[in-house]
Design a protein around this ligand. Structure first.
Ligand code: HEM
Length: 127
């Protein structure tokens, strides 16, 4: 069976009683599977009706897990209607700000130099 579904059609199956998931452009009916999922039902149900490709791959599922998908297949996703994936919004914000470390070190070196010359001046004038 290979029916083609749009992301809007997939999005309708977003409840625990009727849960579909898109992985790598294929549509899976995970309604019955969720209770048997070793990673728990909630984690999958959170993504019901959406594209779970990134989440599925991020976990690093085993070959056995990938093979289980075959039994759940109901069709494929219309390529023209790829659902909006969950963007990793935080990634840019997380890395910005790291570069300020260089300036901090420069300031520290300058402060050390001032202290060093201050002490040297004090010692030189003691004699
Ligand atoms: C229909 C799709 C899925 C199938 C067939 C599936 C299957 C499995 C299987 C067989 C395992 C046991 C470990 C392994 O063999 O890799 C597992 C673990 C797990 N899965 Fe899934 N999974 C699916 C979707 C998802 C999704 C969408 C997520 C994340 C949102 C997820 C998160 C996890 C987590 C967190 C574990 C536990 C890993 C651990 O405790 O070591 N799974 N899954």
């Amino acid at each position: 069976m290979s029916k083609v579904y749009t992301s809007e059609q997939v999005a309708e199956h977003n409840s625990p009683e009727d849960a579909w998931l898109v992985i790598d452009g294929k549509v899976y009916d995970v309604t019955k599977f969720v209770v048997d999922h070793p990673g728990g039902d909630e984690i999958i149900l959170d993504l019901a009706g959406q594209d779970g490709t990134e989440a599925f791959n991020d976990i690093g599922h085993s070959e056995e897990a990938v093979n289980m998908l075959k039994d759940l297949l109901v069709g494929s996703l219309d390529p023209a209607s790829r659902p909006a994936k969950r963007e990793k919004v935080a990634s840019v914000a997380q890395t910005s700000g790291v570069t300020t470390g260089g300036e901090g070190n420069g300031f520290l070196a300058l402060a050390c130099a001032i202290v060093f010359f201050g002490v040297a001046y004090y010692v030189a004038n003691m004699r």
